[in-house]
Design a protein around this ligand. Structure first.
Ligand code: GLC
Length: 567
């Protein structure tokens, strides 16, 4: 089976790293793509690992770095992705499971050691995989030594490293800013008689990025990891770091025409124009890019940016400076029907600068899993969409198995957001990766993992799915192999096919060597499609169709998607 699904890089396609070569640079120029786009392309297909949940090597029920290293063959050979993005593994009190960093330049003992990290990077590079790590610049843990110093006294040299403010004259909060995790964004510090700002948990105080010492210290943390060979950073809530210097109130929110993001309760009552996204943020990213570019090889920066005004979002694309790209989350909350998807893709197409490179995300550690949102049949169509659209795909671990969203009972909730605001918990998408039909599902030898496994773990796991040609895993493997073998699916032109029936979304990808039509039935009804083009099915959600001929008119079964090699 490995032979049949091998990555085919030698036989036709080119590895993502080809974009780092002289020929890749020429090709990017020929396509009119900026340097940022070329570097993004050199990262290929990105795969996100939530380290608590990928592989436990110590038997404590929590995943770790040596665990990830032990599974690299799966990523590079079995699956065939190009870049591993590892969510935070830094020392942390784990109030937000690592997004509350208490030391930016080390590894939490729960996850291993710096030597384990170095080995992970070395082994990834040996396999041609690139390594992207999370960088959390907006806030630290309240246990970080910088914050401990800052809160120790108003005169401490680090006082201004965080955002402190007096109470209003009437004793009220400094302004109306809210925490994304519920309640006000201000916490009173009794000892020094001021409030500090926390855009998330009170145990995650916001750094003051207007202080040059903070900028310098945080830049050093990037250097620390670049020197260890990391290929890039996923920048946590990247747009949050610069706020209105006058700290003015946010105005009330205008009514929404369309929901682009999950409901955040009271937080949604404001227009968040002053508590994040101040234009000065772009200066920070220009400096960051200059630093990345000063290192040998391609080093990449992608921002986690939840902005749903397309023009404002696109401003985070750097051409030869700033970020290589902002994550595009529009498919995560898209209404899951052909018209809804078409509308989001068209909007993206208009928004991304002509020299920029699009990208697509179906899920991550903050969102309900795709199978939970749309069901497992539709999730197969979603897989075709993700891997054939023009743009970098980011896969979330376990989605390639069709892992469902897990209902975590209230007494087992781990996520602090879920504890603070019942219903907002993100545990259901963070359950352990399922490797084999055995106790501990090949993830752990512990009696209990930190979160429960999904129901049907005996069926939804790597070993069982490898043996089943119709499994979600084999669909992903076939898709990744085809994408690697066919440059047209990666960098070919994208054109929507306008006359598809309602319920069907269809487009072509045309390259120099080949052209494909991708035709996706988003409904649970059969559809008849008249493409006016003929060809052969290169890949289908329903493997019985692979290799069959397609005439001008053909039928699609419910939730069927096909990739047709056009004649
Ligand atoms: C980002 C992370 C999320 C975290 C939050 C605060 O949105 O993706 O997991 O809770 O930032 O750090």
């Amino acid at each position: 089976m490995t032979g049949q699904y091998s990555r085919m890089t030698e036989s036709g396609g080119r590895p993502a790293r080809w974009w780092s070569s002289e020929a890749g640079q020429q090709e990017a120029r020929r396509l009119g793509l900026a340097e940022s786009a070329r570097v993004a392309l050199s990262m290929g297909v990105i795969y996100q690992i939530y380290p608590r949940s990928f592989q436990d090597s110590t038997g404590n029920g929590v995943g770790d770095l040596p665990g990830i290293t032990s599974r690299l063959d799966y990523l590079s050979d079995t699956l065939g992705i190009d870049t591993v993005w590892v969510s935070p593994f830094y020392p942390s009190p784990m109030a937000d499971f690592g997004y509350d960093v208490s030391d930016y330049c080390d590894v939490d003992p729960l996850f291993g050691t710096l030597a384990d990290f170095d080995r992970l990077v070395a082994e990834c590079h040996e396999r041609g995989l690139r390594v992207v790590i999370d960088w959390v610049p907006n806030h630290t843990s309240n246990q970080h030594r910088w914050f401990l110093a800052s809160r120790s006294s108003r005169d401490d040299p680090k006082r201004d490293w965080y955002v402190w403010a007096d109470a209003r004259v009437d004793g009220g909060l400094p302004n109306n800013w809210l925490s994304g995790f519920g309640g006000p964004a201000w916490e009173w510090d009794e000892a020094t008689g001021q409030y500090y700002l926390h855009s998330f948990l009170a145990s995650q105080p916001d750094l003051n990025w207007r202080n040059p010492e903070v900028r310098a210290a945080m830049t050093d943390t990037l250097r620390f990891w670049l020197d260890r060979g990391v290929d890039g950073f996923r920048i946590d809530v990247a747009h949050f770091i610069m706020k209105d210097p006058e700290m003015r109130d946010n105005p009330p929110a205008a009514p929404l025409d369309e929901r682009m993001f999950k409901s955040l309760g009271e937080y949604d009552s404001q227009e968040h124009v002053n508590d994040k996204g101040h234009p000065d943020v772009h200066g920070v990213f220009r400096d960051l890019r200059a630093l990345l570019d000063s290192y040998p090889g391609d080093r990449f920066a992608v921002g986690e940016i939840h902005i749903f005004d397309w023009a404002e979002w696109a401003a985070y694309y750097g051409e030869g400076d700033e970020l290589h790209m902002p994550f595009n989350f529009s498919l995560v909350w898209a209404p899951w029907h052909a018209a809804g998807i078409r509308e989001r893709i068209d909007a993206l197409d208009r928004a991304v600068p002509p020299w920029g490179w699009p990208n697509h995300v179906l899920g991550n550690h903050d969102e309900a899993r795709i199978v939970g949102r749309i069901g497992s049949d539709a999730a197969r169509v979603a897989a075709l969409l993700l891997l054939t659209l023009r743009g970098t795909p980011t896969l979330y671990y376990g989605d390639e198995l069709g892992m469902p969203q897990v209902e975590v009972p209230p007494e087992m909730v781990q996520d602090p957001w879920g504890i603070q605001v019942p219903g907002q918990g993100r545990d259901g998408c963070r359950t352990p990766m399922q490797w084999a039909p055995e106790p501990g599902v090949g993830f752990t030898t512990a009696q209990r993992a930190w979160l429960p496994f999904t129901p049907a773990a005996d069926r939804i796991n790597v070993a069982a799915e490898l043996a089943d040609p119709g499994s979600m895993l084999n669909l992903y493997r076939r898709l990744l192999a085809l994408r690697t073998a066919e440059p047209a699916l990666e960098r070919g032109d994208y054109t929507e096919i306008p006359h598809a029936p309602d319920g069907v979304f269809a487009y072509t990808r045309r390259g120099e060597d080949a052209a494909f039509a991708i035709v996706l039935n988003f409904t649970s009804e059969p559809q008849v499609v008249d493409l006016g083009m003929t060809g052969t099915v290169a890949l289908s959600t329903h493997p019985d169709r692979d290799g069959t001929e397609i005439g001008d008119t053909f039928g699609l079964r419910p939730n069927e998607g096909v990739i047709i090699r056009l004649r």
